[in-house]
Each structure stands twice: as structure tokens, then as C-alpha cells.
Write a protein that binds this ligand. Structure first.
Ligand code: MTE
Ligand code: MO
Length: 372
């Protein structure tokens, strides 16, 4: 069993798949704190977790023509200036279960928890690439990452991002060796992973073994044959993965974590709580909440750290204290967020349905009963 060496996991995690291990924190824990504690940070593994020895670990960085290739130990990585940044990581499949209700999709049944936030620290990718002689190129180029996890045929997990993002110090792309002040937990990429602020989780390659600069995107299955969006009309007989761009920055997203769907609340003051986040460093400027299925709206209070324009890498937790009269029988609660490009979430799932169930960001709806 290639999974027999996987680490222990926190019992509060809601498991979507045991082998490979995929799990999300329950909603009430997800927004309890702005920074997600490491043991309940959502986990998305495609393969068994490799067991890497930090003393013999080496990161191979392929050098530029005229530059030099690097073989970096953990100590070597620590010699680069240490950079820290708070980043929300979201899987492209977050909230896929809602898409599956409209029409069957292929993929893990994530609810609202395939998203978490941590304070990451490590070397900036641009500093490491510069040491290997890389510069921004006139022509299109991509930085390809390979994990040290592999399938039975020896194929490793891989992904890529555009070189322009990798070389931009303001984009803050990290080769991270710390998560919330601790060495990375094994499930989250020990000893080194990529963190690409504002970009879909799939590009944050864990257990990083190799970095290279190529004229083409990574040839990995997960770059070319997965993590792409399609029209609702495309099915598995007609899909052509070469026609759609790989997902990089993610669209505006929000969800309600409290109260939970199908539960009961007491009339009087009811607290509605959730998260909101947008990709590409776009800040969340507003979260609208409806208690009556979308007839009327109230603005939620945004909590958590202030966001910097164009560098809003982390989510906002939001809250609304609503007054619910005793004669009210039920509530149809909805949330929708707006980012600083005034991008909004679509109101329903059907028009954004796609066969892989990615990019599921329709208005989040929760139905609860009210007791006097
Ligand atoms: N990196 C490797 N090497 N192997 C993987 O399976 N999964 C990716 C990404 N990096 C993956 C990986 C996907 S799809 C996501 S959403 C994030 O890791 C999840 O990161 P987390 O498990 O730390 O939350
Ligand atoms: Mo993912």
C-alpha cells in the first residue's frame, strides 16, 4: 500500500477521499480564525505523501543558458532573504458539490471548505531564479514545477506559472519552508512547496523537487488535461482540453459558514458568517447578504487584515448581525461578494456548470428553519 506511510490527520477534518487523502475543515471551524490552524488546513493530495529526509533534500533548479544549475539544500534556501506573506489557497474544485447537484460532474465532492489561509515564509522564487541566471524574456515562457510525489509509473505531480509572474517581486511567489511559523506539515509539502499568491491551488506544487524555465507550459496532466473551464454544453465526448487556457487566477468567491444549511436558528439576533476572496490580488470590497432569497440585501462587516490594492492575497472573514422577527418561519440566506474590479458572482450554478466541476462560485445559499 503506497499510502501506508501517509501522516496522521486531525479528526475534525471532513474526508472526501482517504487514498489519496483529501479533506476539508467543517464550516464552523473554517472561519473561527483568520489564519487556519495547520492541522485543519484543507488537504488536496493526488498521490501518496512522500517521506522526505530534510538532511538529504535537494531542490534542483535548472539554470539559464549561460547561467548555472543549482542543487539547493534546505540550508541553502534559508540563506536567501526570508520573505513572509499571508495567502489564501483555494482548490479549483471548491464548492463542486453544488455543481454536482445541477448535473453530474467528475471530481471530489468538495463543499465550502477547499480553501484555507496561512502565513507562509520562504525564499522568493525570483531571487532563486536570478541566482540560476534567469531573466525576464521577451518571448512567452513558463516556470515548471515538479513534485517528489509520483504515481506507480513514476510520473510526478507537476504544474507551471508564467515566467512574468515568477520574476515579479511584487507577485511574491515563494518557495515556502514555513507555514504559520512551523516547518511545513508533511501533508502540505514538507520540506518545500511553491506558494503563488492569488493563483489556483493546483499551481502551489508541494514536495518541490525541480524548477525549470520552459517555452511551453508544463506537460503535466494537471496543467494540460485538468484544471480548465468549459461551456456547460461541453461533455466528455466533445471536450478538447487544448482549446481552453489553464486556470491561473481565480474568480471572486464567497460562502456562508454560519448558520449551516438545513439547521435551525432562534429568532432575535442571528449571526451570519462566512468568507470572501478573489484571485489575482483583487481585494474584496463588499459582501452582500440577503435573508429573504435575494429580495433585499444588507452589507456584511468585513473582518480580518486590511487588504493592499493589487496584493490582496488573503481572504476576508465577514459577519452580519441580522434581526429575525419571531413570526418568521424560515430564512433563505444568500451571500455574494464584489472585488475591486467590480467582478461579481453569478446568481446560479447552471450557466457556469462545467464537466469537471471547477470554478464553482455562484451565490451561496443556505436554508434554515426559525424557532421563536
Ligand atoms: N503538489 C503536489 N506535489 N501534489 C499534489 O497532489 N495538489 C495541488 C497543490 N499542489 C498537489 C500539489 C492542488 S490541486 C491543491 S488545491 C493544493 O496543492 C492543495 O494544497 P494543500 O493540500 O496544502 O491545501
Ligand atoms: Mo486543487
Amino acid at each position: 500500500d503506497p499510502y501506508s506511510n501517509d501522516p496522521m490527520r486531525h479528526p475534525a477534518l471532513r474526508i472526501n477521499s482517504q487514498r489519496p487523502f483529501n479533506a476539508e475543515p467543517p464550516p464552523e471551524l473554517l472561519t473561527e480564525s483568520y489564519i487556519t490552524p495547520n492541522p485543519i488546513f484543507f488537504t488536496r493530495n493526488h498521490l501518496p505523501v512522500p517521506n522526505l529526509d530534510p538532511d538529504t533534500y535537494r531542490l534542483h533548479v535548472v539554470g539559464a543558458p549561460g547561467g548555472q544549475s543549482l542543487s539547493l539544500s534546505l540550508d541553502d534556501l534559508h540563506k536567501f532573504p526570508k520573505h513572509e506573506v499571508t495567502v489564501t489557497l483555494q482548490c479549483a474544485g471548491n464548492r463542486r458539490s453544488e455543481m454536482n447537484k445541477v448535473k453530474e460532474v467528475k471530481g471530489l465532492e468538495w463543499r465550502t471548505g477547499a480553501i484555507s489561509t496561512a502565513r507562509w515564509a520562504g525564499a522568493r522564487l525570483c531571487d532563486v531564479l536570478a541566482q540560476a541566471g534567469h531573466r525576464l524574456r521577451e518571448t512567452e515562457a513558463h516556470v515548471c514545477f515538479e513534485g517528489l510525489d509520483s504515481d506507480p509509473t513514476g510520473t510526478a505531480y507537476g504544474a507551471s506559472i508564467p515566467l512574468a509572474r515568477a520574476m515579479d517581486p511584487q507577485a511574491e511567489v515563494l518557495l515556502a519552508y514555513e507555514m504559520n511559523g512551523q516547518p511545513l506539515p508533511r501533508d502540505h509539502g514538507f520540506p518545500v512547496r511553491v506558494v503563488v499568491p492569488g493563483v489556483v491551488g493546483a499551481r502551489h506544487v508541494k514536495w518541490l523537487g525541480r524548477v525549470s524555465v520552459e517555452s511551453e507550459e508544463s506537460y503535466s496532466h494537471w496543467q494540460r488535461r485538468d484544471y480548465k473551464g468549459f461551456s456547460p454544453s461541453v461533455d466528455w465526448d466533445t471536450v478538447d482540453f487544448d482549446l481552453a487556457p489553464s486556470i491561473q487566477e481565480l474568480p471572486i468567491q464567497s460562502a456562508i459558514t454560519q448558520p449551516q444549511d438545513g439547521t435551525t436558528v432562534e429568532s432575535g439576533e442571528v449571526i451570519i458568517k462566512g468568507y470572501a476572496w478573489s484571485g489575482g490580488g483583487r481585494a474584496v470590497i463588499r459582501v452582500d447578504v440577503s435573508m429573504d432569497g435575494g429580495l433585499t440585501w444588507q452589507e456584511a462587516e468585513l473582518e480580518g487584515e486590511e487588504q493592499h490594492p493589487r496584493k490582496a492575497w488573503a481572504w476576508r472573514i465577514w459577519q452580519l448581525k441580522a434581526h429575525v422577527p419571531a413570526e418568521q418561519k424560515e430564512l433563505n440566506i444568500i451571500c455574494k461578494a464584489v472585488d475591486d474590479s467590480y467582478n461579481v458572482q453569478p446568481d446560479t450554478v447552471a450557466p457556469i456548470w462545467n464537466l469537471r466541476g471547477v470554478l464553482s462560485n455562484a451565490w451561496h445559499r443556505v436554508h434554515v428553519q426559525v424557532v421563536p
